[in-house]
Design a protein around this ligand. Structure first.
Ligand SMILES: [Zn+2]
Length: 472
């Protein structure tokens, strides 16, 4: 089995390992325009499963899906000053179309607050129209100067939720509710342990009052922002004149939120779970949860088909690999690379003994099981794998979270990766000292008590517990 040379080891060159996995597991590749990506069938099947699960969770909170246009008038973006300033460097603008210069430039949506709030102003008249809870699944374009496949691409796919509420407090509650939806999805479905918290002012979404985040820790010790939820307060309501009549007949501005999660989560799954043998997929998002690899055609192949039929009847996503023109070893390695959680290997001698070999992708352990019990053993293993990948991710994060009280110690150790927990006074100048020259940023202000009484930078009284890390 010529497996070992397939991937660059993580410990040798993590970015190269990542590129290798994306290519060899046939997840995605670069499109002809720099920064664009092609999602290949295996990657797309994973994304569809993620999308379905996320969609179900979002709808369970009462949100409805809708669709808004890809093109937005430039003047809409200019209505919210901070918003347009934040997005301007990344905008793709159409100035020429249909054979002529356009009277007004049109922006390819980088996010849809402006166009959706424009419609909210039409749709909302009375307090009875509130709350208005909308989500859209779409592609967005943010021109990337340093693209990285699945993590930072010029065009990516996502869901963006947009809601309007009667009061600021209700918008805040919605913002936190969606943060919790994201957290539960990341942990329970993706198996990635995340830290939730608020962003500092300089990391906040352009136009938001408050931004909250889910931050995962990748296996190279870098953080990845996996989903964000914003309380936009009355900022967009004022810019787009979204007012309603309250129960007393008073005109009031609504308060709005927005929240998004994207194809970047595919990158998170690769980097949070992958090992030197490839991807490790949590069963919840594995296109094939179980793959049967029969050694040969004929009796063995038929036995594999029979086991597969039982698994399918039990609702397990199952595939039989009957590419007999490829060697048995080659086929097994291929599924390992693609991260399939459980393999069942079948050979003629085993079949004679009434046995099959169960291989789990997380630990790569092989165990012989009686054919009679193989379907229930595989099902049990799927549950265990789902839990185990999360436990692995949590243990990794715990082992790579360091509490520091000394600025020099932080500076010395930051290049080694991990989350650095410290006390902060909340001043922007102190944040600047933490970020300048370190390449790190405040990833989240958590709800915990500061780990020391004074700010790590200037010794002022600490008010926040923060996690600082280098990030994608
Ligand atoms: Zn300070």
């Amino acid at each position: 089995m010529a497996n070992q040379a397939v991937l660059t080891p993580q410990g040798e060159d993590f970015p190269q390992w990542y590129q290798d996995v994306v290519a060899r597991a046939e997840l995605a590749e670069n499109g002809p325009v720099r920064g664009t990506m092609v999602v290949r069938p295996w990657g797309w099947a994973i994304w569809e499963l993620m999308q379905a699960d996320m969609d179900r969770r979002i709808k369970a909170t009462g949100v409805q899906n809708a669709y808004f246009p890809l093109f937005i008038p430039m003047s809409f973006l200019e209505k919210e000053k901070e918003h347009v300033e934040g997005f301007k460097p990344e905008l793709a603008v159409v100035t020429y179309a249909g054979g002529e210069k356009l009277a007004e430039p049109v922006v390819v949506r980088p996010t849809s607050e402006t166009v959706i709030n424009h419609l909210f102003a039409k749709w909302i008249q009375s307090h009875r129209d509130l709350p208005l809870l909308i989500n859209q699944w779409a592609n967005v374009v943010r021109w990337e100067l340093r693209p990285r496949i699945l993590l930072r691409t010029t065009e990516f796919l996502w869901q963006e939720g947009h809601t309007a509420h009667a009061t600021y407090e209700e918008a805040q509650a919605e913002t936190l509710q969606m943060l919790e939806v994201y957290r539960a999805f990341m942990e329970d479905t993706l198996g990635v342990a995340v830290v939730v918290g608020e962003k500092s002012e300089r990391e906040r979404f352009a136009g938001a009052d408050r931004t909250y985040t889910c931050e995962g820790l990748m296996r190279d010790g870098k953080a990845l922002q996996m989903g964000t939820s914003h309380n936009l307060g009355h900022n967009f309501a004022r810019s787009f004149d979204i007012q309603y009549l309250d129960a007393e007949g008073q005109r009031r501005y609504v308060a709005t939120t927005s929240w998004g999660s994207s194809t970047r989560m595919l990158g998170a799954v690769i980097m949070a779970h992958g090992d030197d043998h490839g991807l490790r997929l949590p069963p919840s998002i594995a296109p094939h949860q179980v793959v049967l690899v029969p050694l040969a055609e004929g009796e063995v192949g038929q036995a594999a088909e029979k086991i597969a039929a039982e698994l399918v009847a039990d609702g397990v996503r199952t595939h039989v690999d009957s590419r007999f023109h490829l060697s048995f070893g080659r086929r097994s390695v291929d599924w390992e690379l693609r991260g399939v959680p459980v393999r069942i290997e079948l050979g003629p001698r085993e079949l004679e003994r009434g046995q099959a070999t169960l291989v789990r992708r997380d630990t790569r352990k092989k165990s012989p099981v009686p054919i009679d019990g193989v379907t229930s053993a595989a099902r049990d293993l799927l549950d265990e794998l789902q839990r185990n990948l999360h436990a692995d991710s949590l243990a990794f994060r715990t082992d790579h979270t360091y509490t520091v009280t000394d600025l020099e110690e932080f500076r010395r150790r930051i290049d080694g990766g991990g989350f650095f927990r410290m006390a902060w006074c909340g001043k922007d100048e102190c944040e600047g000292v933490l970020t300048e020259g370190t390449g790190a940023s405040i990833r989240a202000i958590t709800a915990d008590e500061p780990p020391a009484p004074t700010c790590i930078v200037d010794g002022a009284p600490a008010v926040h517990d923060i996690l600082v890390a280098k990030a994608y």
